[in-house]
Design a protein around this ligand. Structure first.
Ligand code: NAD
Length: 347
């Protein structure tokens, strides 16, 4: 009979982690143990589709709880760890960086130690197939000028924000646990994700929920900052390929070949909403307000995904316009936080 592998997903109740859980349970040959602390960012409702699966188990807990992680790894005979748990919002990292250091750096350190202890107890095939996959961001590379340069696997690290610095630190720890202790790791650095179930503080959901309700839409600076957008389900598929087939010790940059300025994205959302949910007398573009720029705001991110396309046969399938329309449709149907005014948040 085909063997079922067991994957420990950390942060599986978050935006991307929940898409990974849904993808892995859908894949059929995988048991998923989801370890998540359920911070403000978690969306447990994004797991409704997998909750009933006999191959799915949720554990509420912190990645820094080494005893808990060690127990899970041993009892569940975990074959791979996909590490997504993190504090992920740049604006919050500027207002309160401490928790970013705790979870993203110290938390990753404890998880690596537990993983190394576990890996050392394995023998035979289990030892050679075990993987620790660190899911990271392209923000570790800093920013690019407005030209046709792009990040790839050889781009040097140059993080700007407390968030990206903490992710750069955890990338370095993961590589060190490979080079120094032999832990079989893979890394991936992805561009901005969008799609259903993203927390309303991020650019696309914030714009959809505010513009849908006829509220003003904040845009940092002049809106010229460029991001390279990837639909979250395309990312989940990429992550599954990287953890299964990625070369040990290597990194893959992941992106959707979909660069757009923040202003272009916000304008597209306003126009799409005018089409699908018109409000008499309102042209939603008129809701756009330019607000004081985020300190240290990176100008441009762009990914050259040639390596993962060539070596792992991955492609971003979802066109930006289609993914955006699907995302808008989802938020209109669920509208988790229309009227959220707490933050100025721009991804
Ligand atoms: P998210 O903020 O939506 O979810 C993070 C999840 O981690 C939440 O469910 C939270 O409860 C959990 N968590 C936080 N601290 C924890 C801890 N100490 N122990 C256990 N669980 C904890 O984040 P996301 O957008 O889904 O991002 C997931 C990962 O992907 C992160 O590592 C992030 O750096 C990376 N990433 C995100 C993007 C993006 O565009 N969102 C792009 C590239 C990489």
């Amino acid at each position: 009979a085909p063997s079922v592998r067991t994957v420990l997903v950390t942060g599986g109740a978050g935006f991307i982690g929940s898409a990974v859980c849904r993808h892995l349970i859908g894949a059929g040959d995988t048991r998923v143990i989801n370890l998540d602390k359920l911070t403000y960012a978690a969306s447990p409702e994004a797991l409704a589709a997998v909750q009933e699966s006999p191959r799915y188990r949720f554990v509420a807990g912190d990645i820094a709880d080494r005893a808990l992680v060690s127990r899970i790894l041993a009892e569940e005979r975990v074959d791979a760890i996909m590490h997504l748990a993190a504090e992920s919002h740049v604006d919050r990292s500027i207002d309160g960086p401490a928790v970013f250091v705790e979870t993203n750096i110290t938390g990753t350190f404890h998880l690596l130690e537990a993983a190394l202890d576990h890996w050392r107890t394995l023998t035979g095939r289990a030892k050679t197939t075990f993987r620790f996959h660190h899911v990271s961001t392209d923000e570790v590379f800093g920013d690019l000028p407005f030209d046709d340069s792009r990040f790839d696997e050889a781009t040097p690290y140059n993080p700007s924000s407390p968030y990206s610095a903490s992710k750069a630190a955890s990338d370095h720890l993961v590589r060190a646990w490979h080079h120094t202790f032999g832990l079989p790791v893979v890394l991936s650095n992805c561009s901005n994700n969008y799609g259903p179930h993203q927390h309303a503080e991020k650019l696309i959901p914030l714009t959809i929920t505010r513009a849908a309700a006829g509220e003003t839409v904040p845009v940092y600076g002049t809106g010229a900052n460029v991001r390279d957008w990837l639909y979250v389900e395309d990312h989940a598929r990429a992550l599954d390929l990287v953890v299964r087939r990625g070369a040990i010790g290597e990194c893959y940059v992941v992106g959707g070949r979909a660069e757009h300025s923040n202003l272009a994205v916000v304008t597209m959302i306003c126009d799409l909403l005018d089409d699908v949910r018109p409000k008499p007398g309102l042209r939603r573009r008129d809701l756009i307000r330019f607000v004081t720029d985020r300190p240290g705001h990176d100008r441009r991110y762009a990914i050259d995904p040639s390596r993962i396309e060539r070596e792992l046969g991955w492609r971003a399938d979802t066109k930006f316009a289609d993914g955006l329309a699907a995302t808008i449709e989802w938020y209109l149907a669920h509208q988790p936080s229309i009227g959220l005014t707490e933050r100025r948040g721009v991804a």
